[in-house]
Design a protein around this ligand. Sequence first.
Ligand code: HEM
Length: 499
Amino acid sequence: NTNGIDERDIMEEMEHIMVDNGGTNSDGFVAAITPCSNYVGFASNATIRGEQTSAQWVRIVFHDFVTANLAAGTGGLDASVAFESNRAENAGLFINDTIQFMAPTISAYLSMADNLALGIVVSVTTCGGSDTGIPLRAGRIDATEAGPAGVPEPTTDLNTALAQFAAAGFNQSDTIGVTACGHSLGRIHYFNFPTIVDESFVTDTNLDGGEGFDTIPDVFDSSVVHEYLNSTGQLGGPLVTAPNVTDRSDLRLYISDKNATMQAISEEAAFQKTCYSLFERMINTVPSTVTLSDPVTHLTWKAVDVALDINSTGSVSISGLIRHLYTTETPPSTVSYTTGSSTGNSTVQLSTTVNGTGTSLYGNTTYWAFNSSINSPGTTTLNFETVSYPVNDEIFVLPTQSSVNTTDKSFVISAAALTSLASSDGMAAILYVPTTISGTVSKQVQNVTMVMTKYATAGDYTLYSGSVTAATAASVVVKVVMGSASSRTVKSKLFVGGI
Ligand code: HEM
């Protein structure tokens, strides 16, 4: 990543938001769409509005992606949609609901655009799709301003709509497929489209007057296709049956190849397979300057919140959590680990303390706490089960000797570096601060550099500290740098008082 963040950390953060859904170390992301019919929007009377968060998360990806210009290498999934909520083509609550919900999970590791990609993938899963159907990559970079307009609307004529999709790399059949896939979930609302949905849909428990595209708008399946082809249920939905012919954009699209694509995806397995592939292409449509990671997989074993510490004599210790994700097998009651250095592995250490357990879409989790001294300098890995986690004991942040004041957003940061590394550049901390910006409810990570001063020596190490005030205290990531040496990053939630 161009901002000095390890790709491994980016991928592991995305995995964390995806997997840690409840209990220890959970963040509530997937809970928002569990069950699939759930709504966590910010409008008043949320529970009776007739809205569905999972559907919003699918729709927002389409609206962000479709204005890509493949030939120019611009646009795609870059979260520019976060600046575009006022456009008529973006009618509805979905942009601000989604962006505001996801803003807290923006960090140096995870952009808003990566949050959006994650959102559609977990929505498909919780709404009944496969949990491994859509490979999810990380590394998207957020736009800093609105992009061009050009999302098809119900009144957009067929050729214009097909040209808009074509500019984003989708041919006619792709366009028909991806629209039917999207319209498997959610509703069209009277509140947004009063000429399309009848006012009678507005009730005390459906304030926005939502009418489903199919009879089960909270299940990701081929019903919308069947009902269209067989003239049952919702008949393909309001964009097929709208009173005004000009509003029948789904009908124009579906019949434009004489229903060939709709026939081809009418079998459930073919529908799912086609939709996963088309959704994957949407989320992987990114500006040509962006390089995506390999797919993020669910990790059976994982190191979490790893931190180094040092005492006054210069003895370095490592602590953190070991997470095990399991489905059917019984989790072990202890986990052994070693640390690796140039002179070989340490003696085997045992973690017997279960720190907590959690639930996930992909199984259950158990967390063990570990804490032990390491051979320093020279330790380069923490090893357990299948994991070899990189350690840098030459230069490191000291989370337990650092603190955050969440009231005035001030940080006091301590760090250690080998005295032999000392550079005339001095030691500095870089704080990656998700910062409010104008024109959107999203945030942008801004780098704050803090000069540190030497305050002690401890064995082979020199200790530094400094203080700084940032725009926010939440979801800040910190690393320290000296000359060409750079530490691993840590979350400031590990600091005393951190969030
Ligand atoms: C020509 C193409 C398309 C047009 C004209 C179109 C139009 C619309 C309209 C008018 C709504 C109603 C929004 C509201 O009232 O809240 C809607 C909803 C929706 N659209 Fe599309 N759409 C198109 C393609 C797509 C695609 C490609 C996807 C995703 C892959 C998608 C996903 C959705 C979803 C999930 C909803 C439900 C949103 C909710 O319940 O909040 N649409 N669409």
